[in-house]
Design a protein around this ligand. Structure first.
Ligand code: ATP
Ligand code: AH0
Length: 400
């Protein structure tokens, strides 16, 4: 047998495994690196986050990614170069983390790499009737495997698309396995660049579970803060938005897009929710001359309203939930206050209360997907139009 396959069997048969989850999200703030120790799989999965770091991207790295990110037209040579370069960059970031944590690559069983989404194109968003759902993540897994010497799983979204999904949200698989709790109806709300939530039924019934994107989380806020306050990356602690007033005409125009009325589950991205989208809504509502703080206050309210609309769409106006937040937006008190106003019947907590640091959650989720592919099994989740494909996700790259 090929020694690579022997190694794969060895990892799959171990009683515990160390898997590094990597996530580079739509905010382009950096690479999230979560060193996880697993025992078991499926509903018996136990995961302990041994180390976590966000390795920040330099402005130069962000600039290279932005030349491609969510752009319908790009230079093909640049795209090709970035695929290899990002794989290598992520490998070096992993090696630097391991060195800092005094862990040898040989002590790690696998890397689970999300890569960087460059373009997300579900059919409802590209609007081309003869073309399929599609999505593209760059940062090649072979480069990670060869450079780190660690077995790598990557490119998790393609199988989901191939099996009939939109390629996202994938959070549903991991959320169901580690956060379900008998007796508590839960929403796991991730406030990243794009916001999404997973519903977990108190009955643990897998057929009731689903995830959906709800619209922008931080992506529009970040884009306008960068433009209006050069040198600033985001509205730290929501202080700028807190100084402004929400403009109801602009908010109504922002919420008029059919995405918000479309059936759940749905996915989206900065391909739709970008500055041009906001400028068009400003034109239709005659609000082009809003002050920067009023604009940020309105965009913050827009993110909260998108989440609340999806929650009401799925569960009606008053169903009480405990909402466990994660992602960078949970550090924004103005956004969280807007959410509390929108969903007064819900109780808010964070995934820290469930044992997973909120900033690490998405990276951990990809490690869970890799653990399932290595030792678990594909399982059906959801039902009817909310069903998610029962498939094992991720492509396997051997180091040699
Ligand atoms: N203290 C803070 N105050 C306000 N906003 C914050 C704060 N800390 C982080 N954020 C926001 O969180 C963002 C980073 O969020 P996160 O890392 O969850 O995004 P991501 O993983 O890239 O997104 P996605 O889940 O869409 O892929 C920042 O760009 C910023 O908008
Ligand atoms: C295509 C893509 O990269 N989507 C991301 C993005 O970031 C948040 C939201 O949009 C979510 O749909 C998804 O990521 C998470 C990890 C997911 O798949 O569950």
């Amino acid at each position: 047998m090929n020694t690579n396959l022997t190694q794969l069997f060895t990892v799959a048969r171990k009683p515990t495994r160390r898997i590094i989850g990597l996530m580079s999200g739509t905010s382009l703030d950096g690479l999230d690196v979560a060193l996880c120790r697993f025992t078991g799989h499926g509903p018996a999965t136990q995961v302990q986050v041994e180390q976590f770091a966000t390795v920040p991207y330099s402005e130069a790295v962000r600039g290279e990614i932005r030349r491609l990110f969510a752009q319908p037209t790009v230079e093909l040579q640049h795209l090709t170069l970035v695929h290899a370069w990002l794989g290598t960059l992520h490998a070096d970031m992993v090696l630097a983390c391991l060195q800092q944590w005094h862990i040898q690559p040989a002590e790690v069983d696998a890397i689970a790499s999300h890569g960087q989404t460059m373009f997300h194109a579900p059919r409802h968003q590209h609007g081309l009737p003869d073309w399929p759902n599609a999505t593209l993540q760059l940062g090649d897994g072979d480069h990670l495997a060869v450079r780190t010497g660690i077995l790598t799983l990557s490119d998790f979204r393609q199988k989901h698309v191939a099996a009939g999904g939109q390629g996202a949200p994938l959070a549903v698989y991991g959320d169901y396995l580690i956060f379900s709790q008998p007796g508590e109806d839960r929403l796991l709300l991730n406030l990243g660049g794009i916001a999404n939530f997973t519903y977990l039924a108190a009955t643990l019934d897998a057929t009731q579970v689903f995830s959906t994107d709800t619209g922008p989380g931080n992506t529009l806020l970040d884009a306008f803060v960068r433009e209006l306050y050069p040198g600033t990356q985001y509205d730290e602690n929501g202080t700028l938005a807190a100084q402004g007033q929400v403009n109801q005409s602009l908010l109504a125009a922002l919420l008029a897009h059919p995405f918000f009325a479309a059936t759940i589950p749905k996915t989206t991205g900065p391909e739709l929710f970008n500055p041009a989208y906001v400028q068009a809504a400003q034109r239709t509502s005659g609000t082009q001359s809003l002050s920067p703080t009023d604009l940020l206050a309105t965009l913050t309210a827009f993110s909260a309203a998108g989440v609340a609309r999806a929650v009401r769409q799925a569960f009606g106006p008053e169903r009480p939930f405990t909402i466990y937040a994660s992602g960078g937006g949970m550090h924004n008190p103005t956004l969280m206050a807007a959410l509390r106003r929108e969903l007064p019947h819900c109780r808010f907590s964070t995934t820290a209360a469930l044992g997973i640091a909120p900033d690490a959650k998405e990276a951990v989720l990809f490690a869970i997907l890799a653990n399932e592919t290595l030792v678990g099994e594909a399982r059906p989740i959801g039902h009817g139009p909310q069903a998610v494909p029962a498939v094992s996700l991720g492509k396997i790259s051997f180091p040699g």
